[in-house]
Write a protein of this length. Structure first.
Length: 201
């Protein structure tokens, strides 16, 4: 009888130790504090009071870009490098969703006639296209290479920027859509006359 009671007491003690150990471990897990930082804080709003609504963030490493707009129909593109915010564009013309790779930021912007593609290369903003046809509302970017769709006067085609020149990758009677890029590799989907297929350049 004494042996049985001793075993029961030992089992109860072991269960208690396991419960206490689990509670300590769980409390340590849930005690981990998640830190977050508001990039568009009061100091940002004081510096850029027109950037009331900040939306569609994109991130590459420590660099973050996003689109902003105000209640007075002013639009903006911003870049945060981990410590400093730079205003890449601010004006009355609508801007598309920016994309980022490293320090390079690309976005579509209305120029008064149609949408054109613009690039910030870490130092300067350059207008990549200047034509009478609409470019897509957003592009895809990988390093210095950028891809997007645009109307060539007949159809929606795929265009490619290699860091120096813009070239048209497709020219046909079908619509190419949603191009994506990694390095020099470009993919998109389009109709072959029957259904949609994936294409690669």
């Amino acid at each position: 009888m004494t042996v049985t009671r001793t075993c029961l007491h030992l089992n109860a003690f072991c269960h208690l130790i396991i419960i206490l150990f689990s509670a300590v471990c769980c409390s340590n897990i849930f005690a981990v504090e998640v830190t977050q930082k508001k990039i568009t804080d009061d100091s940002f709003r004081n510096l850029y009071p027109d950037a009331l609504n900040n939306v569609y963030p994109e991130v590459s490493g420590n660099n973050v870009t996003w689109r902003a707009y105000s209640n007075s129909a002013l639009w903006g593109i911003y870049l945060y490098d981990g410590s400093t915010i730079t205003q890449l564009y601010s004006g009355i013309y609508d801007v598309g969703i920016p994309r980022i790779s490293g320090e390079n930021v690309v976005w579509a912007q209305w120029d008064g006639n149609d949408y054109e593609q613009y690039l910030f290369d870490g130092s300067n903003v350059t207008q990549l296209t200047n034509n009478l046809h609409d470019e897509s509302y957003y592009a895809a970017i990988s390093g210095d290479n950028i891809v997007w769709t645009g109307y060539d006067g007949n159809n929606i085609e795929v265009f490619f920027y290699d860091g120096s020149d813009v070239s048209q990758l497709t020219s046909n009677l079908i619509e190419e859509l949603d191009p994506q890029i990694s390095g020099d590799n470009v993919v998109w989907y389009g109709s072959d006359g029957n259904d949609h297929e994936i294409y690669h350049f």
